[in-house]
Ligand binder design. Structure first.
Ligand SMILES: Nc1nc2c(ncn2[C@@H]2O[C@H](COP(=O)(O)OP(=O)(O)OP(=O)(O)O)[C@@H](O)[C@H]2O)c(=O)[nH]1
Ligand SMILES: [Mg+2]
Length: 195
């Protein structure tokens, strides 16, 4: 799959604001600041399609991007960041859960975790929840450029033990070096075709 075009469509909180139409969607989920928005920018090869930030909690709404005029990427707000205001934390859960639970267009989730750290309780919770809901999930371990290659496989094995995933099922990724980009494109094409 080649990504030839990408455009921001809309931000949404609730279902009445989700874009109309039948285009299939893949959503990107993970802890706040893990690199979801940077990963999307890397996939579409645009530096600033999606806003990224050193400060966790940058993405606060569901953001929809139309790709190749034929499917959507949805950037989800991150979870597990304690310092977001209580008011926001109270809306995060319902906002993302309602989306994951009700969105007919949703074909799968890219679950993004930090290669450097073992999956957090929130990561494990989301992973189990997606399995229970039978939502296709692609596990990605990102920020690989921050570690030497020799550390990648041992860390993938640890993450695999924690999530119950075989280590080679992880895509080891870096938005900086584009490590894993081609592999993720292949998986995305599979998920979008409902394979
Ligand atoms: N070195 C390196 N830095 C990364 C990578 N991915 C993201 N970052 C940095 O990590 C920070 C957070 O990235 P974002 O993409 O904004 O993270 P996010 O998951 O969208 O965060 P929220 O929107 O707050 O949930 C930024 O400073 C990015 O530049 C990566 O693969 N390698
Ligand atoms: Mg973001």
């Amino acid at each position: 799959m080649v990504i030839a075009s990408a455009e921001f469509i809309t931000s949404a909180v609730g279902p009445d604001q989700y874009p109309a139409g039948e285009l299939p969607e893949v959503a990107f989920a993970g802890r706040s600041n893990v690199g979801k928005s940077a990963l999307i920018n890397c996939m579409v090869q645009r530096k600033k399609l999606v806003r990224t930030s050193r400060t966790p909690g940058r993405t606060q709404l569901l953001n929809f991007f139309r790709i190749n005029e034929s499917f959507m990427f949805v950037d989800l707000p991150g979870y597990g960041y304690a310092k977001v205001p209580e008011s926001l934390r109270a809306t995060w859960g319902p906002m993302v859960e309602t989306y994951l639970d009700s969105r007919k267009n949703l074909k799968g989730i890219v679950q993004i975790m930090d290669l450097r750290h073992p999956p957090t309780p929130d990561d494990i919770g989301l992973w189990i929840w997606l399995k229970e809901k039978k939502i296709a999930a692609i596990p990605v371990l990102t920020k690989a450029d921050k570690l030497s290659r020799t550390k990648w496989n041992p860390l993938a094995r640890t993450a695999g033990r924690i999530l119950g995933v075989s280590p080679e099922d992880f895509i080891i990724f870096s938005a900086q070096t584009r490590q894993g980009r081609d592999e993720l494109l292949l998986k995305l094409a599979e998920v979008l075709q409902g394979a």
